[in-house]
Structure formats: C-alpha cells, structure tokens
Design a protein around this ligand. Structure first.
Ligand code: KG4
Ligand code: ZN
Length: 362
C-alpha cells in the first residue's frame, strides 16, 4: 500500500512543510521545505515567541503550497495531514495545528498529531531503515536525552541532562569567547587549533552512576577560566580563545562519550538483533563528538547512524514520517487535537530539572 503524508512543523523558529511517501518498503521524501527565522530573532539573543508565532502564520500557507508543488502533487493526492502538536512554543504550535485542522476540515482528510521529539527520534528509520529497538541520542540547543526507541509510540528515557542542553552551552561559550552564533560551529572551528589540556575544566556527573548529564557547571567554569585569563592579561588572545574552545569541546565530548557508553550498556543488555545508536539534533553535527561515538560504536559492534544535518535539525519531513507510522498503525486524531507546550515522549519518566524550558528549541 502506498501512503503519502503532508507534514507541518512550526514548534520553534523553523516554519516547515514536507511530503513523505511510503511506497513498497522504503519511505521517500518527495519535498521538504524549511523557512528559518534566524534573522528575525538575531537582535534578541534568543527566539522571541510572539515574533516566531507571527512569522509562522505568515509563512505556513506558502510552505505547504511549495511542498506540494515540489512534490508535483495536490491535496487530493495526500492520505493524511501530520502536524506537530507539541512540545514547543505554544503560539507556533497552535498556528500549525490550526492550519492542519483547516486543511482537514476543507478536504475531509485525516488529521494526525505528532510529538516533535518523536519526529527527531524516528528520523533514523526514515533515512536508514533502522529496526526497533534502537538507542537514540538527541542533542540540540534545547534537548539532551537518551531514548530507547522500541516502537513509534513506545519510548523509554534512559538519561539526559539535568540542567542545560549542550547546544545551549556551546552557544554560551561562543558568546563569552566573542565568537559568532550559532555557537557550535564557531567553537568547533576555534577548537581545531587549540590545546584541550591547557584549562582544567570539570566533567560533572561523570563518576555518578546512570546516564544523566550536566552542563551548567561546565558553562560556569568556562566563565571563570576566561575571567582568570582576562584578569591576568587584560584580554584574550586568539590562542586563549582556541585553547578555551578546545577545552570546552573536549569536556562535552568526554561527557557524551562516557554517558553514551553507559546508555549503550543498558541497551545492549536487551540483546537487540541489529544494535544501533542513532543521533539527532544540531550538536550531532560536531565532528569531535561524532568521531568519539563512531569509534565507540565500532569497538562495540554497534551500527552508528547520523542522518544528514538537514534532517537532524528541525524539519517537517520527520513530522510527516512520524505521522506516517502513526497513520499506518490506525492512529488518527479529531478536531479536538490540542497544542501542547510540554509533551514528554516517555510519560512515565520523572520530570527533569530545567528540562522543557520555555523558548528552548526541541
Ligand atoms: O537541532 P538544532 O538546529 O536546534 C535545536 O533544536 O536546538 O540545534 C541547534 C544547536 C545550537 O545550539 C548550535 O550551536 C548547535 O546545535 N550546533 C553545534 C554544531 N552545529 C550546531 N554544536 C556543536 N558543534 C557543531 N558543529
Ligand atoms: Zn527539534
């Protein structure tokens, strides 16, 4: 059976629409349109919810039209409309859900509400046909968690940050070092020529049991380390900048590497037939972190799957695909579908300190 799903995403600062088709055994992305809003928020040091919501309202319609045109389809060819119903900035999520409901009301097509995090978590199935159960490390500007993905609606959170997300720490580090935003790529570039051992930086929770992580102490340590150099020399040289960046990146890579090993041990105890660690989120683009995870997986005989960056960061193809799995399993919503600012994938997991911060990108 062929299924063609229109996906809509507007939970943070990307307005996106996509068409994904599952024909025979392989899903295919027929179109994936993403309109970022980085410029609109640039002056404010973060995403401004009201500006984001207004921009989504302005762009959503044309995004959907563009996605259908690119796919060479009309709404008549679509089997169901999948839309991010949370978690995220509520104004944006509401805009997407209203549009999806409008399309469904006008066409009679089924509506499928999708958890944005499920979109990220299921991406390795869209790109690499990864079998359940697999281990997912979601590392972005607003999230950091290990998820055991057992089915499209069956997740166990086996650890994650208890405070900041690593992307947030990369961005803050770039800011204090006078590097450009987004901070991740800038810190990575500066770190290339730096000495990671010059500054002694903490690796919080490394010796604690379990797969929980913490990055806020590292952020504070970076502020102190920078302050000490400035107090001594009156400013930062390019060398100091590189050494601080390299020290920070090495600390983050150590934490993620070590805790991934812990999470993998728990996952491998389940004896999965094709053991796989998959990553998603902007921080998964970091070459140092990727290299560490690639080596670890190779040593353990675990497949390492890192989807292309455009599918690791926010997009609607992942929402269309997650919607496709739900729809294929007979899960549809009605017009009472509500937009949810918070919506943990693992409903049984205890809420984490600082997780689900307002304004944080999921
Ligand atoms: O997934 P994403 O685009 O948006 C969120 O959902 O958060 O991730 C953005 C985050 C930013 O904090 C950015 O600095 C970080 O991902 N990032 C990186 C790299 N590229 C992007 N962090 C470390 N190294 C990179 N190469
Ligand atoms: Zn996201």
């Amino acid at each position: 059976m062929t299924l063609t799903i229109l996906g809509i995403e507007s939970s943070c600062d990307d307005t996106a629409a996509a068409v994904v088709r599952q024909a025979a055994d392989k899903p295919e992305i027929l179109a994936s349109i993403v309109h970022g809003q980085t410029d609109l928020h640039a002056d404010f040091g973060g995403v401004v919810p009201e500006i984001a919501a207004r921009a989504h309202v302005e762009k959503l319609d044309s995004c959907v039209t563009q996605a259908l045109n690119t796919a060479g389809l009309t709404l008549a060819d679509i089997d169901a409309i999948a839309v991010t119903a949370g978690p995220g900035l509520i104004g944006g999520v509401v805009s997407g859900v209203m549009l999806a409901k409008g399309i469904c009301a006008a066409t009679g097509k089924p509506l499928v509400g999708v958890n944005h995090l499920a979109g990220h978590a299921l991406t390795p199935r869209l790109t690499d046909d990864v079998a359940y159960p697999f281990l997912m490390l979601l590392v972005s500007g607003g999230h950091c968690q290990f998820l055991l993905v057992k089915g499209h609606d069956d997740y166990t959170r086996i650890g994650g940050t208890i405070d900041d997300a690593p992307g947030e720490a990369f961005d803050k580090t770039a800011r204090i070092l006078g590097l450009s935003q987004p901070g991740g790529p800038a810190v990575q570039k500066a770190a290339e020529t730096g000495d990671p051992k010059r500054f002694k930086l903490p690796r919080p929770l490394l010796r604690e049991q379990g797969a929980n992580m913490s990055f806020s102490g590292l952020k504070t340590a970076m502020i102190h380390a920078r302050g000490a150099v400035i107090a001594e020399q009156g400013g930062l040289t390019r060398r100091d900048q590189s050494d601080l960046a390299a020290g920070f990146q090495a600390a983050v890579a150590d934490i993620i590497d070590h805790k991934s090993r812990v999470a993998l041990d728990g996952y491998l105890a389940l004896n999965p037939t094709t053991p796989t660690l998959a990553v998603a989120g902007g921080v998964a683009a970091n070459t140092a972190i990727r290299a560490r995870l690639t080596d670890m997986c190779a040593a353990l005989g675990v497949a390492f799957v890192a989807p292309p960056l455009a599918l690791c960061t926010d997009n609607a193809a992942m929402i269309a695909y997650a919607g496709l799995e739900r729809f294929a399993a007979g899960m549809v919503d009605d017009m009472t579908l509500s937009a949810r600012p918070r919506w943990p994938l693992d409903q049984s997991a205890a809420p984490m300190l600082g997780s689900g911060k307002k304004g944080a990108k999921a």
